[in-house]
Design a protein around this ligand. Sequence first.
Ligand code: 3PY
Ligand code: MG
Length: 252
Amino acid sequence: MRPNRLRELVTLKRPAINAWLSCNSGYIAEVLGQCGFDSVTVDLQHGQFGMDVVPSLLQAISSTDAMPLVRCAENSFGDINKILDSGAYGIICPMIDNRQDAERFVRACRYPPLGARSYGPARGLLYGGSDYFDAANDTLLTLAMIETIEGVKNIDDILDVAGLDGIYIGPNDLAISMGINPGGSWEAAELGVTICHIVERCQTRQKYVGIFCGDMAMASAMKERGLNMLTPGNDIQLIRSEAGSRLAKLRE
Ligand code: 3PY
Ligand code: MG
């Protein structure tokens, strides 16, 4: 099966730099992959599109060297099966609060005996290769989002679930769950301490840990802490930021 570059980066102790696609555009997906991101994540939770466009967005990403990932909209067995069958090499699942949520997620992602994924890999087979069934459980990445205080409280139970590779931190929803407005400083109130606690639990347990970063200061701080995956904002944030700085320069 085609190797998962994100697993190779763990062995090399190098962070994966992940792009985040919120637009329904194969062109933008392809451009982000061509830019050299290690992975591009199609965001089905907040992206402006539905399930039907996932195969074509994954085709665009997989015309580049970037690993095609999807954040599913919810912890749904049927949707996760379909997304993997469309050729995703990893799933980021929002709002995992406890062991049962994590078990349900893994059940959808892994073939038996580890899980209960149904067989019909469709485009996954084309992208992955003819030994897809034998190698998929060890190749595809499963990341549970911790983004509530309940998830933080249950982090060790969640990390205990066999077949789960690790955690992806959602700082905005985590802030809301702590009574803090989203989109502010990652270090606001107890938010920074909580994020560092999640990272510490994952690293102590030798589990994968990634995070969505609202700005470059946060991305650099997370890189210093040795996280496995850094997402420096979504596609629209990248466009806005570069457009804003070019405009400001020419208006000087
Ligand atoms: C969050 O910060 O809550 C996220 O889900 C990041 O996309
Ligand atoms: Mg979130």
